[in-house]
Every structure is written in C-alpha cells, then in structure tokens.
Design a protein around this ligand. Structure first.
Ligand code: SAH
Length: 344
C-alpha cells in the first residue's frame, strides 16, 4: 500500500481511504469489487462527501480522488516514490531526508534482487501496476534500461508521471495511463516483469488482482508484489483477533483501503496459477524507520502547512499514522514481498 497524509505524509501505505474493512472472517482474499462497496463503505463515502452533493463514490473513484489530491504534496515532501524505504535494521533514528530517499530506492533494488533479477532488464518490458507518479518506472528505465508502462487510477498521477518522463532518452522508454489493475488494458503475456510496489493493498479483489498480474506476464516473466499484509493466521485460527481487526479497521477507515489479506493468501493465490519459484519474505523489520520519519516530516513547518492546505481527509489520515507503527510493532501488519515466475 504504501495513501496520504496518508500517502501524503505517509508513503505508499497510506494512500488510501478505503472502504471500511468488511468484517473479516475467513482470510480476506476476495473483498468487494469496485462499485460493490459494502453498505458501511457507501455510507462513509457519502458522509465524507457531504460538502459535494454528488452520488456516492465507488472505491475506485475514492482512491483516484485521494491520490489526485495528495500526490503533489507527497512529491514536494518525499519525492518520486510513494513506498516504504528499505533500511539497515541497525539504522540510527537520525536519518536525513536524503537517507530516506535512498532507502526508497534501495527498496526497488532489494525487490529486484530478491526476485533474482540483476542487471538484465535492458529493453525488457515492464508493467508498473499502481505506478504513482512513476518513480519506479523511471528508475527501472534509467538504471536498468527497462521499457515501462505504468497504470494508476489517478489522472493527476498519470499526467505528472508523463510530464516527469518528458526528457530525451526517457520519453520513449516510459509511459503512463489511467487504468484499473483489475482490468488491465494489455494483451496476455506482454511483460517480462510485472511490478506492483505497494498498490496491492488497494485491491478489493485479491484473486482478480493476482489473475491479472499472471495474465499480462510473458511466459518466463517475473512477478514482484511488495504490499501491506496482515499476519498469517495460525492453523488453529479462522480469523484475526478482534483487537487486530479493530486496529486494521481504523486504518482502512482513514485510508480508503479494502480488506487486507495475509502473505500466505497471496502465495496460495499465485500457486493456483501456472507459476513457479514462488517466494515470500517479511520485510517489516527493514521498514521500521519509515513511519516515524513520515510523522516527523509531517510535524515540520513545511509538513504542517502542507497538511493544513491539504484538508480534513489528509489530516485524518495523519492522525492514524501511529496506528501503522503500532500494527507493525504488534506484528499484525507486515510489509511483504512475494515473487514468482510464470511458467515458460
Ligand atoms: N507504486 C508507486 C505508488 C504507490 S501508491 C510507488 O511506489 O511510488 C498506490 C498506487 O496504486 C497509486 O498510484 C494508485 O492509483 C494505485 N492504485 C490503487 N488501486 C489501483 C487499481 N485498482 N488500479 C490501478 N492502480 C491502482
């Protein structure tokens, strides 16, 4: 996920104000689809828009609006990348802004390395699913020579991503458009690398999401998903504990997030397809400095003025940031990486 003070002040995770988490019972693999908000979500979205007397928004519209509003502020404070940084577990707390930006880049390199990809992306085709303002794509094109196509629900992000790519040598290597990850505008088997960096947490239908990731991957292509998950359930458990559900529910409420699933759920979904070498890891320990840094950045003069300019939704999101830290510390929230290769 990373949505906005969330994603505004919170990198990727927060970006969302999502539909209130449906009451989780069994593992959450399939939540409501776009346009299928739960009653409570509909009520919430309607209430949120009280000053704009339009029809109730779908989750898809809510996510798009959230990013339309918050991406500029996020870019101003945090730069190109709307995802967690990958830190040395022994990192000191006094990291500089450039240290945090370097950590966000390190997250990309670590994800590639985990998936067994080294320097061999020259002219390989990459789809950046949930691309934000295109930070990953520009990096993959510039450093590794990849040819990238990004999709996002936010028209503002797509426009900004294309503007940032309008430079000699880059414009012909990356492009961005508004499209739904659950119904991607690409033919089957198109991409050597399918990249989803902290967008999966926004997907209301995890099975359809995984299905699309596998569908657009070329035979032998690699799929990399870095996403927010809840902890795996023990064999004796049928669901999270009530206090855990409550914590996630408060986060979802602030960020337009649908129901979460576990890393094990992703592995199960991927293994139901023709893929091999499914690997997973819990990177929570490597991202620990991130949320405290986002909170600190929100408490600077620049952060506070941006926050005030951004409006109540962003402020509400900011207030929930400590819950992300609590969720990680208590082991309910995991920053997971799951990778695999589509069969040749
Ligand atoms: N991967 C980027 C941005 C992460 S923020 C980065 O690391 O910087 C989450 C992104 O997911 C946003 O761009 C949002 O528009 C996108 N997103 C969420 N749901 C989506 C969907 N159903 N289809 C396409 N993009 C989606």
């Amino acid at each position: 996920m990373t949505a906005l003070l969330l994603r505004t002040f919170l990198p990727s995770p927060l970006t969302c104000r999502t539909p209130p988490p449906p009451t989780p019972t069994p593992p959450l693999i399939r939540g409501p689809r776009f346009g299928e908000l739960t009653t409570s979500a509909r009520v919430r979205l309607t209430r949120t828009n009280a000053t704009a007397p339009t029809k109730p928004r779908t989750l898809q519209e809510g996510i798009a609006e959230l990013y339309d509003e918050s991406s500029g502020i996020w870019e101003e404070i945090w730069g190109d990348h709307m995802h967690h940084g990958f830190y040395d577990p022994d990192s000191s707390v006094s990291l500089s802004a450039s240290d945090h930006r370097a950590a966000q880049i390190r997250m990309i390199d670590q994800a590639l390395s985990f998936a067994g990809i080294s320097e061999d992306l020259a002219n390989k085709r990459v789809v950046d699913v949930g691309c934000g303002i295109g930070g990953s794509s520009r990096y993959l094109a510039t450093k590794y020579g990849a040819q990238c196509e990004g999709i996002t629900l936010s028209p503002v992000q797509a426009e900004r991503a294309n503007a940032l790519a309008a430079s000699p040598g880059l414009a012909d290597k990356v492009s961005f458009q508004v499209a739904d990850a659950l119904d991607q505008p690409f033919p089957d088997g198109q991409f050597d690398l399918v990249w989803s960096m902290e967008s999966g947490e926004h997907m209301p239908d995890k099975a359809k999401f995984v299905n699309e990731l596998v569908r657009v991957a070329a035979p032998g292509g690699t799929i990399i998903v870095v996403t927010w998950c809840h902890r795996d359930l023990a064999p004796s458990e049928e669901s999270l504990q009530p206090w855990e559900k409550n914590l996630l529910s408060r986060i979802c409420d602030a960020y337009y997030l649908p129901e979460w699933c576990s890393t094990a759920d992703y592995v199960k979904l991927l293994k139901s397809h023709s893929v091999q070498e499914v690997k997973r890891a819990d990177w929570s320990q490597y991202v620990a400095p991130f949320w405290p840094a986002v909170i600190r950045s929100a408490l600077t003069w620049k952060g506070l003025t941006s926050l005030l300019r951004s409006g109540l939704k962003t402020i509400k999101g900011a207030l929930v940031m400590p819950l992300m830290i609590e969720g990680f510390q208590k082991g309910v929230i995991k920053l997971a990486i799951i990778t695999c290769r589509k069969l040749d």
